[in-house]
Design a protein around this ligand. Structure first.
Ligand SMILES: Cc1ncc(COP(=O)(O)OP(=O)(O)O)c(N)n1
Ligand SMILES: Cc1ncsc1CCOP(=O)(O)O
Length: 399
């Protein structure tokens, strides 16, 4: 699936090509991109624009796969006519940008008016539509400034959704690219508009002053973490009778940017032994506090790629095999723990990991201790991901 994008380059990434590519990527669509203008701008203000010559752009377009759908952003209006002549059967979505949201005049009204009929759909706001003069291929966006509704109309279709409060640089670019994307997914135009509005709402709910589409893509990692945990759980259950300690076991796997235990996937209720079999009380989730999640967060403060921690019951032979097989083992001697650390709930493990790292000068594969008053002896295994940790545990189990 591909959409050819001709749009300006906004170095701030809020509008133009960088935004177009993010939106299409969020729909799993590849963008072929030809820059049609260079701008000097930031999130707040546009300082200058210089449009590229058509002949230069044409040479770049000619060597690309002919597109079914084309999205045009900030470009000389005759570019739309030139594209129509090159690709008479392609669907062209043109996001007219007369002025930037910061008031910079991008395009000449008369020129825009002369070329709107060459596009299948022209996306512009209420104000621009009035100035250019309504046309049946217009998709007109606009809000009821007095209330909290956003209204989009196309011919007889009028769709209203609740407005996400705030002003966001790049909304028009993002919305028109989303329409182009859904058209490329064979949505009829009315459905493409509806779906684009819904997608924009989800993005704006995560955004501050710029359309932060990249935050939407972060959500994929949440799915990936939980899916990875749920998929590998049966392998941990299989070896559970040899590894699950009295207190229960957890497999904690953090999001790449995690700084809180709630950004770490784990099994609330833990993995426990029941009649000799290991069972998980729940499927993976980010909810609940977790010792292993806090250990993971601590480890990531020093080694951000070490995103997984699993606790295993202590057996002397496990530690000996780990050492023999070249794993980096650290012995945590609880008797050396300062009183003030021991008294604070949850601080021991942080202190333990910090000690291990300061002595080993590299990430430990496992840290063990033989137990303390009311504390079960335990092995904690660390790694990049659950698969890697599972392999380290299997090394400890095997003669
Ligand atoms: C390169 C480029 N293209 C388009 C714009 C317009 O962005 P903005 O001013 O935020 O308007 P909407 O995209 O929100 O309609 C730009 N500034 N730069
Ligand atoms: C209690 C405890 N202490 C160190 S690991 C462990 C078991 C797993 O704990 P959690 O489920 O809180 O990560």
């Amino acid at each position: 699936m591909m959409v050819l994008v001709l749009s300006g380059f906004d170095p701030s990434g809020g509008a133009g090509m960088l935004q177009d590519v993010k939106i299409l990527s969020a729909l799993g669509i590849r963008a072929h991109g030809v820059i049609s203008a260079l701008t000097v701008q930031n999130e707040e203000k546009v300082f200058s624009v210089s449009f590229r010559d058509w002949e230069e752009m044409k040479r770049e377009i000619e060597v690309l796969t002919p597109p079914r759908v084309i999205k045009v952003g900030l470009a000389r209006p005759e570019v739309v006519k030139n594209l129509r002549e090159m690709f008479p059967d392609s669907t062209i979505v043109w996001n007219v940008v007369l002025e930037s949201s910061s008031g910079f005049r991008f395009q000449d009204l008369g020129e825009v008016r002369e070329f709107t009929s060459y596009a299948d759909y022209v996306v512009l706001n209420n104000e621009e539509a009035k100035r250019v003069g309504e046309h049946e291929n217009f998709i007109v966006t606009g809000g009821h400034e007095k209330d909290d509704r956003i209204r989009v109309r196309y011919r007889e279709l009028v769709i209203e959704i609740s407005r996400v409060p705030g002003e966001f640089h790049g909304t028009g670019c993002a919305f028109s690219s989303a329409i182009a994307g859904f058209l490329a997914l064979n949505y009829p135009v009315e459905e493409a508009i509806r779906a684009a509005m819904e997608l924009l709402r989800k993005i704006l709910e995560r955004s501050s002053s710029v359309v932060e589409t990249e935050k939407l893509l972060r959500d994929w990692h949440k799915y990936d973490v939980l899916n990875t945990l749920d998929e590998i759980l049966p392998e941990f259950l299989e070896i559970g009778p040899l590894t699950v300690p009295e207190v229960g076991q957890n497999v904690s796997y953090a999001l790449p940017w995690a700084q809180s235990e709630y950004e770490v996937g784990k099994f609330p209720g833990r993995i426990r032994l029941k009649e000799g079999k290991a069972v998980a009380v729940s499927c993976a989730s980010f909810r609940d506090r977790s010792h292993t999640a806090r250990m993971t967060i601590t480890m990531m403060r020093f080694y951000p790629y070490m995103r997984c921690t699993v606790n295993v019951r202590y057996r002397k032979e496990y530690v000996e095999r780990a050492r023999k097989k070249g794993l980096k083992v650290y012995h945590y001697d609880r008797s050396k723990e300062p009183e003030e650390i021991r008294e604070k709930e949850g601080q021991s493990m942080v202190w333990m990991i910090e000690r291990a790292i300061s002595e080993l000068k590299s990430p430990p594969d496992l840290i063990y201790n033989e137990g303390w008053w009311g504390k079960e002896a335990m092995i904690r295994v660390f790694g990049r991901n659950p698969k890697e940790v599972l392999e380290k545990i299997k090394l400890m189990l095997k003669e």
